[in-house]
Design a protein around this ligand. Structure first.
Ligand code: PEP
Ligand code: MG
Length: 584
């Protein structure tokens, strides 16, 4: 008998609600049988042909994505192609087939697993997410060895919610947007590309749902609540009713918000704040523009470095495209934040304590070529739009002085070569390490702007790994200690006449808006789909009350108290979606 109203929780990956029948995507994660083969060379040839067919499939996927978005975002699939070109894996597999005389899919699966376990992938969230993408190529190769048709999704005609163990960015990009209304996976995290693609396509998604496949069958009615990270399988009458009502209100609410696109983020008493968007892939610019963002407040450039360091020309092409697409508004390009949870493939970058170790500017102040190449590309792109440069993870004044020296040297070289760039390009830093927030006045004398990285500032202030679910209850960006550091940063910036923004996830939280405005931030850079909602909250507030709210929050000693206080304020003002209570 089917279990009614089974409720599972996961990570809210892309907002919205979808009530549809489930279609289960079968992976190749099940048991792969090993058996002896007599014609070994035929088995090796079967493997070679499967690798070739897989390569062709991935190129098709890449081309399809390029057709619907831009020519650059599809680069995230280069990692999969590169995996197939990994001579080591291919050679080892062939040798192992010849040595063991066993079937190709079994040997390939074993070989990959052995190689993977030798990589210290558990240490890094980013690497774990990327491993999901590698697993996709492996599954494709195995399917092709077995002569099975690969999932291309052309067959999905009716409206549905996709349920899968893992669905990679490549498969996500292929989903027919007319019929796929929601996505739920057992794998995946906040930083995975699957999540980013889901958000860019505006498909509600919940990822990281344990035991999902244990409880779901194709044809089950499921509710995907991407806003709260809830999945309900075969909902009972009352849950279904509640969710139908929530869905209706959510649609009314978001439809209402769309009308805000052309309206400025101005408070009731006439104070306007810059509201821009964070992007990780160029294809998100479209979503940022559609949701009414003014500019890109943070362009994370890590995707370009997934397969090693890109050339100056490769980077220039992407930055120029982005600068032109968002123009005349500005784009803040952050130099690459390698390390920490955004690890490069090179195993030598592994650290025992990655967040406190070899990360971001610390890497390229030693490996200066990475920095100089990126700076040259950013500077050259600045001739085509309104571009600003931002350095992550600055913790000491010497670092910013050195970075500026290298920048000036790069500018002189370009000038000497007669290459055009914006000579007045604005240079800023992310304030995301407590030392920079505490000494903000000194840093403010060195740069043109600050952008507060509340994700890292919270993790470093509260000694709480931002990616560890075990301490997720301690990770509280509204902790008064974090708020005091934000205040110090804003006040210091203003005392030196520079603007101060915030680009961490805190900016996308509706309850945080009054306190962030009250602390005096000049800019908020948020998730593209959150722009209308944040704008709507801003338009319900006055600066006078925001200052009072900030003062009160700063006087508190507990994050829980601050959260409760701020939630009560939004409730009192009836801002945000008028919600139907959930008793599940
Ligand atoms: C932050 O730390 O708040 C931030 C915006 O940067 P990232 O999340 O990329 O580390
Ligand atoms: Mg950061």
């Amino acid at each position: 008998m089917r279990r009614r109203n089974k409720i599972l929780r996961g990570i809210p990956a892309s907002p919205g609600i979808s009530l549809k029948k489930a279609i289960l995507l079968e992976g190749e994660d099940g048991f792969i049988m090993g058996y002896d083969v007599s014609d070994i060379e035929k088995e090796v040839q079967k493997f070679d042909e499967a690798v070739e067919r897989t390569r062709e499939e991935i190129i098709t996927i890449k081309n399809r994505l390029e057709e619907v978005t831009d020519p650059y975002s599809a680069k995230i699939f280069d990692a999969q192609l590169l995996f197939l070109e990994n001579g080591d894996i291919i050679h080892k597999t062939k040798n192992n087939i010849r040595r063991s005389k066993r079937n190709a899919e079994f040997v390939f699966d074993r070989t990959v697993r052995e190689m993977a376990s030798s990589l210290d992938r558990e240490r890094s969230v980013f690497f774990r997410d990327k491993w999901g993408e590698m697993a996709d190529v492996v599954s494709r190769v195995i399917r092709n060895i077995k002569g099975k048709t690969s999932v291309m999704y052309d067959g999905i005609a009716e409206e549905c919610n996709i349920v899968a163990h893992g669905i990679t960015a490549s498969n996500m990009a292929l989903l027919p947007r007319e019929s796929v209304k929601g996505v739920v996976t057992e794998m995946g995290g906040r930083t995975s590309h699957t999540t980013i693609v889901a958000r860019a396509f505006d498909i509600p998604a919940v990822v990281g749902v344990q035991d999902l496949l244990k409880y779901t069958k194709s044809g089950d009615l499921i509710i995907v609540d991407g806003t709260r990270g809830i999945v309900v399988i075969n909902p009972d009458e009352s849950t279904l009713k509640t969710y139908e009502e929530r869905d209706r209100r959510y649609r009314d609410y978001t439809n209402g918000l769309v009308n805000l696109s052309d309206i400025p983020p101005t408070t009731v008493d006439g104070h306007t704040i810059e509201l821009s968007a964070n992007i990780e892939l160029p294809m998100e610019i479209e979503s940022a523009l559609n949701h009414g963002a003014r500019g890109i407040g943070l362009f994370r450039t890590e995707f370009l470095f997934m397969n090693g360091a890109p050339t100056e020309e490769e980077q220039l092409e992407v930055y120029k495209y982005c600068a032109e697409s968002i123009g005349p508004d500005s784009i803040i390009i952050r130099t690459v934040d390698i390390g920490g949870d955004k690890l490069l493939q090179d195993a030598s970058f592994c650290d025992a304590n990655p967040f406190l170790g070899w990360r971001a500017i610390r890497v390229y102040l030693k490996e200066k070529k990475i920095l100089k190449t990126q700076l040259r590309a950013i500077l050259r792109a600045s001739a085509f739009g309104n571009v600003k440069i931002m350095f992550p993870l600055v913790s000491a004044i010497e670092e910013i002085k050195l970075l500026k020296d290298i920048l000036r040297k790069t500018q002189r070289e370009l000038k000497k070569d007669g290459v055009r760039y914006d000579e007045n390009i604005e240079v800023g830093i992310m304030v995301e390490v407590p030392s920079a927030a505490i000494l903000a006045e000194d840093f403010a004398k060195e740069v043109g702007f600050f952008s507060i990285g509340s994700n890292d500032l919270t993790q470093y202030t509260l000694a709480c790994d931002r990616g560890n679910p075990r301490v997720a209850n301690i990770f509280k960006p509204l902790h008064p200690a974090v708020l005091r550091l934000i205040k110090n940063t804003v006040d210091a910036g203003h005392s030196q006449d520079i603007w101060v923004g915030l680009c961490g996830e805190l900016g996308s939280e509706t309850i945080a808006v009054p306190v962030l405005l009250g602390l005096g931030l000049d800019e908020l850079s948020v998730c593209p789909t959150s722009v209308p909602e944040i704008k709507s909250v801003i338009r319900h507030l006055t600066m006078g009350e925001c200052h009072e709210i900030a003062l009160k929050a700063l006087s508190m000693s507990s994050a829980v108290d601050v959260e409760g206080y701020l939630a009560s304020i939004l409730k009192e003002k009836s801002v945000g979606m008028e919600d139907v209570p959930l008793h599940i």
